[in-house]
Design a binder for this molecule. Structure first.
Ligand code: A2H
Length: 253
């Protein structure tokens, strides 16, 4: 972990339909009229137009925490403690947990992804999601994140192995940011560095650094309300818009 706090944008992906296992395990634990959200932490709010799915660690433990009377968040216990400390929850003190749920039971759940060209996306597995970072939930933007592109490619290749439907991992990847190299920077870099799977950690790290630098310093928005503006300029504006709309909140660690 670095010395400076990381300022994330935590997105609110509202659950539209629980996967059967999640529905079973949560039965009777969520009061009627409550909206439940998966809350991925991101450093790239300006890419949210390109969300195609939402990753959880299949073997990670999550809780369903009460943010307010009407809104519950699916996040790790660790993130819930941090959020409580940061005053994100309505109640003070120890966060109230309505239920426990393992990541694998969430796979297949349909969520609403704010700003995305694909308003409804599925929860899918990613082994490399860390319990020790962010909320343990990661929204997937394969156009601009090499990790995300490598993972959705892997999921579409072996849907049976991962216990998912192939089409859940095959939503169209739409260009969001134009850079001097490409308007689909992550797929471009994954191919160029010959990354064959999410296990190619070393090349993925390199791709991630290249994509982040080029996207941030040389990227131009191709879509959305800030189309034509530099990423550097658009990033805080998209973030503010999401927060104003109640679709995201500031989270740091
Ligand atoms: B980013 P940093 Cl388009 N485990 O969001 C693994 N990865 C996690 C995580 C966890 N528990 N929590 C967050 N992340 C990912 C978008 C994105 C991201 C794009 C491009 C690059 C990128 C869409 N996924 O991150 O270690 C989240 O993915 C590359 C740095 O705190 C989050 O932002 O610097 C980023 O890692 C936070 O990484």
């Amino acid at each position: 972990e670095g010395v400076l706090p990381q300022e994330y944008t935590a997105l609110k992906l509202k659950v539209v339909e629980w996967a059967p296992k999640a529905a079973e395990s949560l039965k009777g634990k969520i009061p009627d009229g409550v909206s439940v959200y998966l809350c991925p932490a991101t450093l790239r709010p300006e890419t949210m137009y390109g969300q195609v799915c939402c990753f959880v660690g299949p073997s990670l433990s999550y809780g369903v925490f009460m943010a307010s009377e009407k809104e519950y968040f699916v996040i790790t216990e660790r993130a819930a403690r941090n959020m409580a400390y940061q005053g994100i929850f309505e109640n003070e003190g120890v966060p109230e947990k309505a239920a426990d749920i393992v990541g694998s039971d969430l796979i297949g759940t349909v969520v609403h992804a704010p700003l995305s060209f694909h308003p409804q996306v599925r929860v899918l597995p990613m082994e490399s999601v860390l319990a020790t970072k962010g909320t343990g939930v990661v929204t997937s933007v394969p156009s601009d994140s090499p990790d995300d592109f490598a993972m959705v490619t892997e999921l579409a290749k072996k849907p049976d192995f991962y216990g998912i439907k192939k089409e859940w991992a095959e939503l169209e990847i739409i260009p969001i940011i134009q850079t001097p190299t490409s308007d689909l920077l992550a797929p471009h870099l994954v191919k160029k560095l010959k990354i064959a799977s999410p296990k190619d950690a070393k090349q993925l790290q390199e791709a991630k650094e290249l994509a982040y630098k080029e996207g941030f310093y040389q990227g131009i928005m191709k879509v959305g309300d800030f189309k034509g503006e530099k990423v550097e300029v658009a990033k805080p504006k998209v973030r503010e818009q999401l927060i104003q709309n109640g679709e995201a909140f500031a989270y740091s660690e």
